[in-house]
Design a protein around this ligand. Structure first.
Ligand SMILES: [Zn+2]
Length: 94
């Protein structure tokens, strides 16, 4: 069961997020390739980013986004990222 304190914290978090979304509607995410150190960045709507952080699957939040862009988002969160170019080099090497 949720205590009063938790409920308060949740409402507070929602308000803080709402303010953040208004102040910066876009969130810049950056991931560094662990093979060639290239940095790739992508901007996503902040409210969508929160949905993802709350546990929604990346393909549900951004169904139309290309796989390469989803990799940047996941890489920015997990800090494990391989850029598109390095992936294609892996493919060539087999
Ligand atoms: Zn790379």
């Amino acid at each position: 069961m949720k205590g009063q304190q938790d409920l308060f914290r949740e409402q507070n978090l929602e308000q803080v997020r709402a303010i953040k979304v208004r102040l910066s509607p876009l969130t810049q995410l950056e991931a560094e390739c662990c093979e060639c150190n290239q940095r790739d960045a992508i901007s996503v709507p902040t409210d969508e980013f929160y949905r993802f952080k709350d546990g929604e699957l990346v393909q549900n939040v951004w169904p139309k986004m290309s796989a390469a862009h989803r990799e940047i988002i996941l890489g920015a969160i997990n800090r494990v990222y391989v850029c598109d170019r390095c992936w294609s080099m892996f493919d060539e090497r087999g």
